[in-house]
Ligand binder design. Sequence first.
Ligand SMILES: [Zn+2]
Ligand SMILES: [Zn+2]
Ligand SMILES: [Zn+2]
Length: 153
Amino acid sequence: VTVSASLREPWASLPGQLRERGLRWTPQRRTVIEVLAETRGHITGAELVERCRVLDLTVVPSTVYRTLDVLEQLGVVRHGHGADGRQEFHVGSETDHGHLHCATCENQWEITEPQAGAIAELFAPQGFALEASHVTIVGQCRTCRERATRAFG
Ligand SMILES: [Zn+2]
Ligand SMILES: [Zn+2]
Ligand SMILES: [Zn+2]
């Protein structure tokens, strides 16, 4: 694994930003950043720990979670919650979005921006601002519903 000189933004300027927040720039932290820089879409904390430990067995979960906290404060990652409530991190330039989760096949789809807007409208009268990345709606997808209809209908 090579040095962070080859990383693009927003990753390249992280060593300085982490130091400003009192976190030392260690080889373990560099591994966390390098794995995240290669990640597209979603990753759970446990998956991140696992991928880091493939590269460097000295990476411990507390380093990974502490780094994730600071990266979220810096806006580089953003957490949401899966159907079981566990945290999932969105990495990269992805927009803030919620998810539809099929309880039967466990597949997941993104809630589109217009859909998220329509959901947010529902709560506007209460003056409540919805965080789209925290919305996970559990149900049954079309394929699973059709399969169930064929089986019982
Ligand atoms: Zn949360
Ligand atoms: Zn399904
Ligand atoms: Zn997502």
